[in-house]
Design a protein around this ligand. Structure first.
Ligand code: PRP
Ligand code: URA
Length: 211
C-alpha cells in the first residue's frame, strides 16, 4: 500500500457549490459556471505552499520589501476533455501558468484509459505541475496521465479533482505515492460501470452538454 496524501477541501463554499453540481436538473451553463467557481477555491488551497520571494517595491509612501511568487511558472495540465472545466478558472487565478493537455478517454468495456493527445511545455522538471480532472474513479486515467507527465520530466506534481471514489484514491496513491491528491469530496463507491456513487454523472457530458 502506498502512503496516502489526500486533502479533502471541505470549505463550505466548495461543498455548497458541489451539491448544486450533483443535482441532475442543474443545467449545463450553471454546471460549467459552478465548476469554474469551485476550481478557483480548490486552487487557492492547493497553492497554499507556493514559494515566495521578497521584492523591493515602492508604495506611494515609502519603500518596502514585499512577497511575490518565486520560482518557475507552474504548469496546469488538463486531462481532456473534462479537465478543461477546471482549467479556465485556475488560469483566471494564475494567468501566467503554463498549460499542458493529456487527451484520454475511458474504454467503456474495459475502463482502461486510451490516449489520443499529449502536449506539455518543456522544462517540466523545474516547475510544479498540477494535473487536473474533475473525476477520480478507477484512477486509470489519472495514473496514465501522471505516468506520461513524469516521463516528460515532471518531478514535482499534484493531482486535483472534484470527486473521488475510495477505490480510485487507493489505486492512485499506490501507483504515485509521491503525488498529493486534492479533492472536494470522497464518495461512497464505484458502480459496475465505473461511475462514482452518488457522484454527479458523466462530468464531460455535463460540462459540454453532450448527452
Ligand atoms: C472521465 C473523467 C476522467 C475519467 C475518470 O473522462 O473526466 O478523465 O473519466 O475515470 P477513471 O478514474 O475511471 O479513469 P472520460 O473518459 O469520460 O472522458 P471525457 O473527459 O472525454 O468525457
Ligand atoms: N467519469 C465520470 O465522468 N464520472 C464518473 O462517475 C466516473 C468517471
Amino acid at each position: 500500500m502506498g502512503k496516502t496524501d489526500v486533502t479533502v477541501i471541505d470549505h463550505p463554499l466548495v461543498q455548497h457549490k458541489l451539491t448544486l453540481m450533483r443535482m441532475k436538473d442543474t443545467p449545463t451553463a450553471m454546471f460549467r459556471e459552478l465548476l469554474r467557481e469551485i476550481s478557483l477555491l480548490l486552487l487557492y488551497e492547493v497553492a497554499r505552499d507556493l514559494p515566495l520571494v521578497m521584492r523591493e517595491i515602492e508604495t506611494p509612501l515609502e519603500k518596502m520589501d514585499s512577497p511575490v511568487l518565486g520560482g518557475k511558472k507552474l504548469c496546469l495540465i488538463s486531462i481532456l476533455r473534462a479537465g478543461d472545466g477546471l482549467l479556465q478558472g485556475m488560469l483566471d487565478l494564475i494567468p501566467s501558468a503554463r498549460v499542458g493537455h493529456v487527451g484520454l478517454y475511458r474504454d467503456h468495456e474495459t475502463l482502461e484509459a486510451v490516449e489520443y493527445y499529449f502536449k506539455v511545455p518543456h522544462s517540466l522538471g523545474d516547475r510544479l505541475s498540477i494535473v487536473v480532472d474533475p473525476m477520480l474513479a478507477t484512477a486509470h486515467s489519472s495514473i496514465a496521465a501522471v505516468n506520461r507527465v513524469k516521463a516528460a520530466g515532471a518531478k514535482n506534481l499534484k493531482f486535483v479533482c472534484l470527486l473521488a471514489a475510495p477505490e480510485g484514491i487507493k489505486t492512485f496513491t499506490k501507483a504515485h505515492p509521491d503525488v498529493p491528491v486534492y479533492t472536494a469530496a470522497i464518495d461512497r463507491e464505484l458502480n459496475d460501470r465505473g461511475y462514482i456513487l452518488p457522484g454527479l454523472g458523466d462530468a464531460g457530458d455535463r460540462i459540454f452538454g453532450t448527452k
